[in-house]
Design a binder for this molecule. Structure first.
Ligand code: ADE
Length: 256
């Protein structure tokens, strides 16, 4: 059975899963991060807080692959909406990921990772299909009840949807209308923006390890993004990650 490495940038994004792993988890501290290993819903897992940004995510991904022999990585967390059709509370499962702040031009084309000759990394199709099915089922069957009427009213959730497509990552929290407008203009296929996924994608490409990324939309990457993000992180992020990944781990255990 493949060991699944589960990563998130912030505690609120994996708190529910860590709680589910419980006191039986083995904890190893490497490079200032705690890696929690154990069985979770029938799957062998390692859960870790990667922290924020591409360097932190890449370093953590390498540790999961080399020290823990992870055969698959899944990154879960929040993202800012870039595409118009996305609403706060929707979920995005990556088909591909790109580093929007990579620019070694004129030596290499904009966005291309020097010496890798590619700018977009494809997520594993099988893992991503399963994640999207689990996210859809969770949103349709359980989410509104789990979140409860108060949170649904506060955040304006009606029936959140799952989207699939390109996620872009960079070392910048996008918190202004002009920042998100430039992303939209320069990368018209981008669905949402975050700060880690494409770095994990690059490492997984280099080590030939399958990976998937699932993000919940917490804000519109506009002038109120930081306030919206913080409220979402405190109040709802963990509900989503735990709800979707629980189903994913159960389904992965059945397939293995
Ligand atoms: N993660 C969640 N919201 C984000 C934003 N607006 N910019 C970058 N990363 C994010």
């Amino acid at each position: 059975m493949k060991r699944i490495g589960i990563m998130a940038a912030l505690h609120g994004e994996v708190a529910g899963l860590l709680a589910a792993m419980g006191a039986g988890a083995e904890v190893r501290r490497i490079g200032g991060r705690d890696y929690y290993s154990g069985q979770l819903l029938g799957s062998e897992c390692v859960i870790v807080l990667a922290r924020v940004g591409k360097v932190a995510a890449a370093a953590t991904a390498v540790t999961l692959i080399r020290e823990f022999n992870a055969g698959q990585l899944v990154f879960t967390g929040l993202a800012g909406a870039v595409a118009d059709q996305l609403r706060v509370g929707d979920v995005v499962v990556a088909e591909s990921l790109l580093q929007h702040d990579m620019d070694a031009s004129p030596l290499f084309p904009r966005y291309e990772i020097p010496l890798l000759a590619c700018s977009k990394f494809a997520a594993d199709a099988g893992a991503s299909d399963l994640l999207a099915r689990c996210a859809t089922a969770y949103l349709q069957e359980d989410f509104m009840a789990h979140a409860g009427p108060d949170l649904c009213r506060r955040f304006g959730f009606e029936q959140p949807a799952v989207h699939r497509g390109m996620i872009v990552s960079g070392d910048r929290f996008i918190n202004d209308a002009s920042g998100v407008a430039s992303l939209r203009a320069e990368l018209p296929d981008a669905l949402c923006v975050e700060m880690e996924g494409a770095a994990v994608a690059q490492i997984c490409h280099e080590y030939e390890v399958p990976f998937a990324v699932v993000r919940t939309i917490s804000d519109r990457a506009d002038d109120s993004a930081s306030l919206d993000f913080s409220a979402f992180l405190d109040q709802v992020a963990s509900v989503y990650s735990a709800g979707i990944l629980r189903r994913y781990l159960e389904a992965s255990a059945v397939i293995a």
